[in-house]
Design a protein around this ligand. Structure first.
Ligand code: G3D
Ligand code: MG
Length: 334
């Protein structure tokens, strides 16, 4: 193996170990030896992205796609970075490049159409959905196209306000954090590209209509899942940085996970401002195995002035409510 490749491999290993600064150093060494090493630029960008340094990340992705304008992975990560910052028009441009590279990829057309819908670019969205339907007549785009057509035929487009907010989901391992996100964000297209960037970030776009009283709000929730480092002493501060709300989860069948909730909350507050927290006691479907009751949960939530819910990622109980509650807090003062 050549030396630049060795450094690149080492960088990937560092990424796996969540040693992002070390990873960047390795990629830099690789790039010194091979200035056109697009993969190294992409992975260096991923490391920056995970550290929350989106400007530097974008810089890397831009270089990678300049080196090779047909580098699909480069465009995907660049799109993810733009989404994280809320630069939707730039994200659309990345998708345009992806459709140029893979014109037969139905999913990319659907993604681009969905994003354009969020931007109220309905005619452009319909063109994308048509392409997807051409590739697969049974595409999810059929329904989405109908939706877009309704908008064009109907009332003139209203003023919209776009917001992007980060929330974190915290709590011990196996309490059901990832399952709760999966249940809430059923549109799997939405997190496909983001899953390639190392941090587990899932996007959910919610449109809030005020029927004339105020501009409609398009709220993009960036849900950060702390997959794989479920020890409150070990969480990288970047996971908390910039968060405007948090869901802190325990498992109703394991009392110790409730006892750990205050530690999660305190640890978060060591880094963040006093952002709103909603506490969840998950696996409420397992009634027979309950190890604590509502009073225990209430006492804990009261300490932090937070609300609480008993949820089940399995049955869906209170999952929408929990995320809407956080959503309500996020929009206060907007
Ligand atoms: P984590 O992301 O917090 O680590 P996961 O937790 O979402 O990975 O869930 C851990 C396990 O709990 C999974 O089981 C999952 O199916 C289960 N689980 C999550 N939420 C619920 C729930 O509300 N009710 C029930 N009954 N089970 C739940 P496996 O066996 O797949 O590891
Ligand atoms: Mg998980």
């Amino acid at each position: 193996m050549e030396e630049h490749e060795e450094n690149y491999k080492k960088g990937l290993e560092m990424l796996k170990q969540k040693r992002y600064d070390d990873a960047i150093m390795c990629f830099n060494k690789a790039l010194k030896l091979n200035k056109r090493y697009k993969e190294a630029y992409k992975e260096k960008g991923n490391a920056f992205l995970t550290l929350g340094r989106t400007d530097e990340a974008l810089n890397c992705f831009t270089i990678a796609t300049n080196i090779d304008p047909d580098y699909a992975e480069g465009w995907k990560t660049k799109e993810a970075a733009h989404l994280l910052r809320g630069d939707y028009d730039d994200a659309v441009k990345c998708l345009e490049n992806l459709t140029r590279i893979n014109p037969k990829d139905e999913e990319i057309w659907v993604n681009m159409g969905s994003l354009m819908m969020n931007l109220h670019r309905f005619r452009g969205a319909i063109e994308c959905f048509d392409k997807a339907i051409e590739i697969n007549p049974k595409s999810a785009a059929v329904e989405k196209k109908n939706e877009a057509e309704k908008h064009i035929g109907g009332v003139k487009s209203r003023e919209v306000k776009r917001l992007i907010k980060k929330i974190c989901i915290l709590g011990d391992g196996a309490v059901g954090k990832t399952s709760l996100i999966r249940k809430y964000v059923y549109d799997m297209f939405e997190d496909k590209y983001l899953s390639t960037i190392g941090a587990k970030i899932t996007k959910k776009v919610i449109t809030l209509k005020y029927h004339g009283a105020k501009p409609d709000v398009i709220l993009t929730l960036m849900i950060w899942d702390i997959a794989g480092q479920e020890d409150y002493r070990n969480v990288h501060p970047t996971y908390y940085q910039g968060a405007e709300g948090a869901l802190v989860v325990c498992d109703k069948t394991r009392k110790e996970t409730l006892d750990n909730l205050p530690k999660w909350a305190e640890n978060l507050y060591n880094v963040s401002d006093k952002i709103p927290i909603v506490f969840l006691a998950n696996k409420n479907d397992l009634k027979m195995q309950a190890t604590f009751n509502e009073n225990d949960m209430k006492k804990m939530a009261d300490r932090f002035g937070g609300n609480y819910f008993f949820t089940s990622a399995k049955s869906g109980e209170n999952v929408e409510n929990a995320f809407s509650e956080i959503g309500k807090h996020l929009l206060k003062g907007e």
